[in-house]
Write a protein that binds this ligand. Structure first.
Ligand code: WTA
Length: 677
């Protein structure tokens, strides 16, 4: 899809997109306790005060040494924040809380099975466990600052424990979403150059104990074929002391963490003072090419931004019980389950399983039992809960002061159900727009200062100055109400530093298009390109319309169409594959896959299934297409490019519009018959 076509699509979307809504105001009760009620914060973070304004976020943390330069632009557009400073993320999330709060719960781990006990891990216990794991990683696994280690773990307390143990040593963690396949993990092991893989034997989802160890075997084998040798696989156990997997441990390669830990009982590891700009973690995400990119996040800048936004947008106080339902395998979990809340000494909830297991009341029971008062989830889940248990929340006696929506645009109708039924009309809502690349929120209201507007994320965060460009590089006037590419004019501390091992791709994807001068060391010449389309209303609130590039947002999960297409092409019979987004009431978008077969091969249901299974094996079950359509040929331009716009119109049952520019216009009717039969 060219940019022009994409923009036309988003202009068209606006016609069907929801209208501007009325404001909703926070209660005086909320305002009275809010962390940020000072409207002057927007002045303090104005462009005139940039970049020094970010000292206000950095001051939320403890530093070993302060920076000499707050923003170093000498390697533009690889921005360095707080250069010269030294900090440790593990220290900031744990040690510094001990004198006053060692008995406070840091993590509530809620197993999926309701008859299993919730684990309440105090800050002291977190300290002990993180130290012992850090000792193991250092001594047994031989890991040191700057090494990368791949984690392929589901939602379990051992995941943040492992992450924080890495951070203690300055080891760069790269956590892969547990639902991804072994092969997807292998790609990330290879790209990051990890020689240690940390996993778990099994975990619960939907009432079933999922065998997870097999994925490590697949990952190590596949990575080995590409020349990346994993010499140690560290295996946590869902039930310590008992092995819950049918895949044997490989002698000399696989080790039970729980066994090894006995040797490190009582060990303490001094946190390593890391340069602020040392990478803290990699988070792989999908883009416009087949290969996922490793977004490299810094230690000081990331943590300052996660802490600042958690404090002022999430309104987290140390006494709050905060539950973010994202998976730690995504950026939301890194910033807003682990690092942000723990840096602020909150109690963070980690839930192992499916939100509607065993029934649609589960979330609200957890909220009631733990007295959760801050709740954070994605529109897909809100839509699901509204569908399967619209009246459930009223049956439970929890009270939220604050709720977040993240990951996809939220329809005003869904927003209102969230507000009235889940929030019982008492909780504020923030609709937070951001990305894996950005480390933290870009647009959102500050809940005690700016009113809510259903369907709009809100203004730029303090210090974030959005700007909308059209395809030709013209800036759309503020409040124009026209769709365009939303960009950010200035750097900010949470932004990723580069794509791991691929600076050129970083520059070309995120900066090249609107860069004013490629030799410039001035940040003003390098607006950050988000890849999203948005509209700016006269009140300065942004409505995010969705991706402009070849990325499909399925239930808030980012899938690159190219990644799905290359997975389909691993099936021998497939000659060409094209993936398009289809609108879906619950998931927002779902992928439809079109495949043209090699000559002489006949379409069949088995073949369609084989292709669908290939997507699960290569990527993970989240990549399963809604439909696999086997078609005789693709609609193509005269230069041979597949016209995904046409396929998307067919899948979405919309008018295909002008097809006369196609090389093979007659195919449109043939495909329409197959799909809309
Ligand atoms: C989309 C998730 C509308 C957007 C934090 C973005 C949103 C992509 C919102 C990033 C929102 C995220 N409203 N759309 N509040 N938040 N998005 O990297 O298209 O998994 O580019 O980061 O999700 O997804 P990612």
């Amino acid at each position: 899809m060219t940019g022009k076509e994409a923009l036309e699509t988003s202009e068209a979307q606006i016609a069907v997109h929801w209208q501007e809504e009325e404001y909703y105001y926070p209660s005086t009760k909320f305002i009275a306790q809010a962390n940020m009620t000072d409207e002057k914060i927007y002045d303090r973070f104005s462009l005139d005060n940039f970049p020094n304004c970010y000292k206000e976020y950095a001051d939320l943390l403890d530093w070993y040494e302060y920076w000499h330069t707050i923003l170093d632009t000498s390697d533009a557009p690889c921005w360095k924040w707080f250069t010269g400073a030294k900090i440790n993320a593990s220290y900031n999330c744990i040690d510094r809380h001990l004198p006053k709060n060692k008995n406070k719960t840091a993590i509530h781990f809620v197993p999926e099975l309701e008859n299993e006990k919730v684990e309440h891990i105090t800050y002291q216990e977190l300290y002990v466990r993180v130290n012992e794991v850090a000792a193991l990683l250092q001594d047994f696994a031989g890991l040191k600052a700057g090494d990368r280690v791949t984690l392929h773990m589901p939602m379990t307390a051992e995941l943040p424990i492992t992450m924080l143990a890495c951070a203690r040593l300055g080891v760069i963690h790269s956590e892969v979403f547990g639902g991804f396949s072994g092969r997807a993990a292998a790609d990330r092991v290879v790209d990051s150059g990890s020689r240690v893989l940390i996993t778990i034997d099994s975990y619960y989802r939907g009432g079933a104990l999922i065998d997870h160890k097999e994925k490590a075997d697949i990952a190590v084998e596949a990575a080995g074929k590409e020349g990346q040798i994993v010499d140690k696989v560290l295996v946590w156990q869902r039930y310590p002391g008992k092995y819950s997997s049918s895949f044997p441990m490989i002698n000399g390669r696989d080790f039970f963490v729980n066994d090894l830990l006995k040797k490190y009982y009582g060990k303490r590891i001094e946190p390593v003072p890391m340069p602020a700009e040392a990478p803290l973690f990699l988070m792989y995400t999908s883009g416009t090419t087949g290969k996922p990119k490793g977004c490299q996040h810094s230690t000081g800048g990331f943590l300052a931004y996660a802490a600042g936004t958690s404090k002022y947008v999430q309104d987290i106080h140390p006494e709050d019980v905060y539950w973010c339902m994202a998976d730690i395998g995504w950026i939301t979990g890194h910033s807003y389950i682990v690092y942000g809340p723990l840096a602020l000494c909150a109690s963070t909830v980690i839930y192992e399983g499916v939100p509607t297991y065993p029934d649609p009341g589960r979330c609200w029971r957890i909220a009631q039992d733990l007295d959760v008062n801050i709740f954070h989830t994605a529109p897909t889940l809100i839509r699901t809960l509204r569908k399967v248990g619209p009246d459930e929340p009223a049956k439970y006696n929890y009270e939220f002061k604050h709720m977040t929506s993240v990951g996809e645009p939220i329809e005003p109708e869904v927003w209102k159900w969230y507000y009235n039924v889940v929030g019982k009309g008492k909780a504020v809502i923030v609709d937070t727009w951001w990305q894996t690349e950005t480390g933290g929120f870009l647009c959102s209201t500050l809940p005690a200062i700016k009113p809510m507007k259903p369907g709009s994320a809100g203004p730029g965060m303090p210090g974030i100055h959005p700007i909308i460009y059209d395809e030709d590089g013209n800036v759309l006037p503020e409040g124009a109400g026209k769709a365009g590419n939303i960009c950010i004019q200035n750097p900010w501390p949470g932004a990723f530093q580069t794509i791991w091992g691929n600076r050129d791709r970083y520059v070309s994807t995120y900066y090249a298009k609107y860069c004013k001068n490629k030799d410039s060391k001035d940040w003003r010449d390098w607006p950050y390109i988000s890849g999203d389309a948005a509209v700016d209303a006269p009140d300065g609130y942004y409505r995010i319309l969705g991706r402009m590039d070849d990325v499909i947002n399925v239930s808030g999960h980012r899938l690159g169409t190219k990644e799905l297409e290359s997975a389909a092409l691993t099936v021998f019979e497939v000659a060409e594959a094209a993936v398009v987004p289809v609108n879906d009431d619950i998931k927002g978008k779902v992928p439809d896959l079109y495949a043209a077969l090699k000559s002489g091969i006949l379409p069949s249901d088995e073949l369609a299934k084989k292709i669908s299974n290939a997507l699960s094996a290569e990527i993970g079950s989240i990549a399963k297409p809604r439909n696999v359509w086997l078609v005789p040929d693709m609609p193509k331009t005269r230069s041979g490019k597949i016209m995904r716009r046409v396929l998307s119109a067919i899948s979405n049952k919309k008018d295909v519009d002008d097809v006369m520019t196609l090389a093979n216009p007659e195919i449109v009717e043939v495909i329409t018959k197959i799909v809309q039969k």
